[in-house]
Design a protein around this ligand. Structure first.
Ligand code: ARG
Length: 406
């Protein structure tokens, strides 16, 4: 009988390296590894060699940065999707793309299963597995970390050494870090105590706002149909634009978040994030929407933003509702074209200017000067009719007590 073939989502770290060997033995399987490069600062050099040395029959590395930004991050940005109002979801939007990568490799290689290195209590296992199920229902998914016998990092190390798995002799970080171009997530260690402020060494790329330059920096971001296309007047592709904003934002201490969040499995967890590019772009994008969207669309879209964020966070990227809501979002973005000028200063962002040929801001309506063209008298009738239901209530023996003196 032909051997089982498993595609492993491989980072080259301890967990996924041990996984290659462990799966190969436990399932008597052929292992193929797939690594997606989403712009992590951590080196992916040598990952292929390491996978093959560890026992994989084949190893693929894909530069997915452009696809990640243009097909995943841009959607979240257009939707204004910030989980629980704050987290720009770098990890959560990366997972469906990595799930797709696994499925593509599995189909191309004729594999029976895919495996990932997520723990049994996090969100990422849900995102990977629901993603894989949605894209290729015949594939089996294996989560060794939920199954295997190792109870600690030390036990994994012992196994690695005993099996000749190349492991780096670098000092262990006390944190669990997931990173890509859109942002970095950092948890574990002392961060597990929500009464303790994050120590400086937990942050990977941003400077402490206190130590950011004393001088402010002005930047102008250009958008077309809700998508950022230029920085300071220079047209840039997605990877360049986000990389530049990440580095610039990080140097001004922008994009640090310290959050308690509700996980899919019901646990509350504490995680810190560094997402300079995502935070700047969400800020600028929403400034433009304030200028351009009509009142009803603007208000309705806020509800949709929240729903889209929950769907992404909960691993439902490849779902009918996500698609339908994104069709709505895309239609709202038709006119989100224009420029936003921002000031970055010691961890904060301030708007200096916003402009668009589709701006609905009408100065002659808004002004309190002689230039005013708004018909003030029209407000009288409007308010009479608008307030009528409440006047009617007040004229009856209503039970609402507004505590008005009789
Ligand atoms: N809490 C974030 C999410 O579920 C990030 C998870 C991964 N974090 C990590 N430090 N490995 O999207």
């Amino acid at each position: 009988m032909a051997k089982m073939k498993i595609v492993v989502a491989y980072s080259g770290g301890l967990d996924t390296s041990v996984m290659v060997k462990w799966l190969k033995e436990k399932y008597d399987a052929e292992i193929v590894t797939a690594t997606g490069f989403l712009g992590q600062v951590k080196e992916i050099e040598g990952v292929k060699e390491k996978a093959l040395k560890t026992g994989a029959v084949n190893s693929f590395i894909f530069d997915l940065r452009d696809e990640f930004l243009t097909k995943y991050a841009w959607k979240a940005l257009k939707a204004g999707a910030l989980y629980e109002g704050a987290y720009p979801m770098a990890t959560a939007i990366g997972r469906p793309l990595l799930a797709k990568m696994l499925v593509d490799v599995a189909n191309q290689e004729g594999a029976d299963a895919v495996a990932h290195g997520c723990t049994g209590k996090g969100n990422d296992q849900v995102r990977f597995e629901v993603g894989v199920q949605s894209l290729s229902p015949h594939l089996k998914t294996i989560a060794p970390l939920r199954e295997w016998e190792f109870k600690s990092r030390e036990e994994e190390m012992e196994y690695a050494i005993a099996n000749g798995i190349p492991i780096k002799a670098t000092k262990d970080s006390p944190y669990s870090i997931d990173e890509n171009l859109w942002g970095i997530a950092i948890e574990c260690g002392v961060l597990e105590d929500p009464t303790i402020a994050p120590p400086e060494d937990a942050y990977q790329i941003t400077v402490n706002p206190k130590f950011a330059p004393d001088k402010a920096e002005e930047i102008t971001i250009g958008f077309e149909k809700g998508v950022p296309v230029s920085l300071n007047g220079v047209e840039l592709n997605a990877v360049e634009l986000v990389s530049q904003l990440r580095d610039l934002g990080a140097s001004y201490g922008i994009g640090r978040l310290d959050l308690i969040e509700n996980r899919v499995v019901g646990i509350k967890s504490r995680e810190i994030y560094e997402a300079p590019a995502a935070v700047i772009l969400h800020y600028a994008h929403s400034e433009l929407e304030r200028l351009i969207l009509d009142k009803e669309t603007f208000r309705y879209k806020q509800e949709v933003s929240d729903k889209v964020a929950n769907l992404i966070y909960d691993g439902l990227w490849y779902s009918p509702l996500f698609n339908s809501l994104m069709a709505f979002v895309d239609s709202t973005q038709e006119n989100i074209t224009g420029e936003v000028k921002l000031e970055l200063f010691k961890g904060s962002i301030r708007t200096l200017s916003r402009s668009s040929i589709y701006s609905l801001y009408n100065k002659s309506l808004a002004t309190y000067t002689i230039e005013d063209t708004f018909d003030h008298k029209a407000s009288e009738g409007f308010i009479k009719v608008y307030g009528l239901p409440y006047k009617t209530i007040a004229e009856t023996k209503n039970t609402i007590n507004h505590e008005v003196a009789a």
